[in-house]
Design a protein around this ligand. Sequence first.
Ligand SMILES: O=C([O-])C(=O)C[C@H](O)[C@@H](O)C(=O)[O-]
Ligand SMILES: [Mg+2]
Length: 438
Amino acid sequence: MTVGDAVSRDDLRIARVALTPVLVADPPLLNTQGVHQPYTPRLIVEVVTEEGVTGLGETYGDTKYLDLARPLAALLRGHRVDDLNGLSRLADRLAVDAARVDGAVDVGGLRGVQTAEKLRLSVVSAFEVACLDALGKALGLPVHALLGGKVRDAVEYSAYLFYKWADHPAGVAAEPDDWGAALDPAGIVAQARRFTERYGFTSFKLKGGVFPPDQEIAAVHALADAFPGHPLRLDPNGAWSVPTSLKVARELADVLEYLEDPTTGTAAMAEVAAGTAVPLATNMCVTTFAEIEEAFTRDAVQVVLSDHHYWGGLRRTQQLAAVCRAFGVGVSMHSNTHLGISLAAMTHVAATVPGLGHACDSHYPWQSEDVLTARLAFEDGAVRVPDAPGLGVELDRDRLAFLHRRWARDDGTLRDRDDAAAMRVAEPGWQAPRTPRW
Ligand SMILES: O=C([O-])C(=O)C[C@H](O)[C@@H](O)C(=O)[O-]
Ligand SMILES: [Mg+2]
């Protein structure tokens, strides 16, 4: 069968699933937990239909995700790629090891509470994307068409600024990067200029929670001076107390588009929201449907940063956007380290969400490596929505094999992302700080 030919529903059955964990280069980006490892784990999912059409998906590659992806892959033989509700039901059957879900904040990803359901969703999302990619290719339709059609031709992203070292600690195997160090306001402004020159971004997000708040306030003021009128955000990942959050909000009230997760937990976010006119965004206190009611009824957040990986896929992202719309809460997108398959998936779903009022986050510019034959490009800070069948991206098998060999050779040190452990290499004795840190 060639792309776009009439398909029988049997053609859509899954004959084979391939799971390929990889380690991808990551620069020494700082956050409140520590620093990024030199290589971070991702999982590439391929579903191959009886007719030989391959669909691609991508998610977190840490062991706890692989442990769920493997049994799910085994259940999928004979399942049709158009049966996405059935896919969710199969995922519901996966047993999650209780030791994996202590209810604590996810240390690696800074993305809120960890539950069995969220772990399952973080895995099933990659399979949903892969099924949609395969279905789109089989039908000759782009993924956004399968999601109801795009309402925009390009999706805007923000420059994701990080405090960073020039290099990973001496003696640590790593790929060099050409971004240099950024450890003060001048360094952050220089990084922002590089982002605008290279990609044309016009919105800027600074990852905070790294230095005492006054230093981060100074960095945001420096950005406001360098880029007057441009949307600016600051995200300390819940590192501040309520009084500190209110102080920062006061000092940055004139320049912030929103403040992201200044403090930890819905109750504390609600207190901050009640004391400032600066909108609050989150990817930490609203990360599941169960968390919405309390946060929205207490007016704790004004913007939810969705993420199809842990919300459970592209369709659930659309459902989240609809709930936000009903409550007059804004929606945009969170990002962890990811490759081009996920950027394509993010772009397709974002293209279908009406009223996307804020540029989405993406780590992609920090990733020098990918598994695609051609990288997705940012033009004027936006990615054009692909109209080719499926996601509109193609796997580079040599690159995939290369990055997988790196994973296979690793002794286990890097297979589970741990920013605090990576920090201990430079600062022995470092522990991820308890919140509030300031
Ligand atoms: O809160 C956020 O926006 C994130 O968690 C995004 C990323 O995880 C970021 O903080 C990181 O990778 O250091
Ligand atoms: Mg955040």
